[in-house]
Ligand binder design. Structure first.
Ligand code: 0PR
Length: 385
């Protein structure tokens, strides 16, 4: 840092120059992101609450009420009348909280001190971070030919050290929904904590179901489900950072509580101490502003784009890895190496992402990708070979 103050304009110019190096969502070229441009109203509200700190909720009683309301309202969307939880920084922190709750619960009530968690191969890498931080062993359940959890393999993976089972509603690479109803029964039978990672799908599956899409049940209507991750900063159009962790029972927060003697509340269960109230306020605002009707339209629009893309890709001779359940299309060309295809698309100015299981170009049809961008993409894909 220099010794003397610098004029605002000079600083802003420097920052803007660097900001120009960033890609922006508006040109529709970012094809592999699960984030998108937040809604302007959500951004406006976010700025108003920038100084609020939910780490000390007694000082920010109103903002704490907003967080509670938003958690209850997401809970209701997921078939839970009285939800507990927090708006956190994203899916990673939400998953970490869920696994911490499961570990602490198993330690307290079952005396398990060297626990294991069962996750599918398709799980997001945040569970590897959680296991590392919480000193848990990962046991991987296999995925079947449809890229969903193989239930038999999951059953075999259960041991007397299992503290949690994880399934995904909207996998990161393919957007698929695991057989959560079946897994919920297994979790109940074995008295094991069951966490559903719906970071991506949580803000679209309920709305797609409402407008008639035949998607499997994934939420708290299944008795075995103990917690769900659902991220407002993905399909919810809230500004980053906004993840959500919803717990069925308050005891899952209680088993994580540590004393916070000099704060206005005497215990804290979140991982982060000082934390943004702005994320809760912005999420609350955008949910009210859209209502179910707004989110239904959004989800439907994105599914229409998904089908438009997958049908046209097939016509061009590309192979779709699986029929999309949510708004992700993964594809390959039978005669071209996928990484080569990806680098050619990059040369055309597209920012693509390559899935690893199976290897495929993966396009996440977020709100910033419009029909005209897809037409341009399809034209480039046609010219490629
Ligand atoms: N759970 C699932 C199912 C996810 O897909 C992700 C993120 C997470 C948890 C973790 O969420 P946070 O990143 O909010 O902590 N999935 C994408 C990923 O990391 C997110 C992403 C976003 C990727 C923007 C690229 C990008 O440009 O792979």
């Amino acid at each position: 840092m220099q010794d003397y103050p610098i004029d605002k304009d000079i600083i802003l110019n420097e920052l803007e120059e660097l900001h120009k190096l960033d890609h922006n969502y508006a040109d529709g070229r970012i094809l592999g992101s699960m984030c998108t441009e937040a809604h302007p109203f959500a951004k406006e509200v976010f700025c108003k609450f920038l100084d609020t700190n939910l780490g000390d909720p007694g000082l920010f009683k109103g903002t704490k009420q907003i967080e509670e309301k938003v958690i209850k309202s997401i809970g209701k969307l997921l078939s839970l009348d009285n939800a507990y939880g927090n708006i956190v920084t994203g899916g990673t922190e939400a998953n970490l909280m869920a696994i911490r709750a499961a570990r602490n619960h198993a330690r307290k009530y079952k005396g398990i001190t060297d626990g294991e968690i069962i996750i599918p191969d398709s799980a997001h890498f945040s569970f590897k971070k959680a296991a590392d931080m919480l000193n848990l062993k990962i046991v991987e359940a296999e995925i079947d030919e449809n890229y969903k959890i193989d239930v038999e393999s999951l059953k075999e993976a259960i041991s007397d050290k299992t503290v949690a089972i994880v399934a995904i509603a909207g996998t990161t690479e393919l957007g698929l929904i695991d057989p959560i109803e079946e897994i919920s029964k297994i979790a109940l039978e074995n008295n094991i904590y069951f966490h559903v990672d719906a970071a991506f799908g949580g803000f679209s599956i309920p709305f797609l179901q409402k407008i008639g899409y035949d998607l499997p049940v994934f939420d708290f209507s299944l008795d075995g489900v103990c917690s769900i991750t659902v991220d407002p900063h993905k399909m919810g159009l809230a500004p980053i950072p906004a993840g959500g962790i919803i717990f069925r029972k308050e005891e899952y927060l209680e088993v994580m509580a540590v004393d916070s003697p000099y704060l206005t509340v005497k215990t804290q269960s979140t991982i982060v101490g000082t934390r943004l109230g702005a994320s809760s306020a912005a999420t609350y605002a955008i949910m009210k502003y859209f209502g179910k009707e707004g989110y239904c339209k959004l989800a439907q629009n994105q599914m229409e784009n998904t089908h438009f893309l997958s049908e046209n890709l097939k016509e061009l001779g590309y192979e779709i890895v699986c029929e999309p359940e949510l708004n992700i299309v993964a594809f390959n060309h039978p005669e071209m190496d996928t990484n080569e295809l990806a680098s050619k698309l990059e040369d055309f100015g597209w920012k693509v992402s390559v899935a690893k299981c199976p290897i495929a170009i993966r396009i996440v049809l977020m709100n910033h990708i419009k029909k005209n961008h897809l037409e341009e993409l399809l034209k480039d894909l046609k010219d490629l070979y």
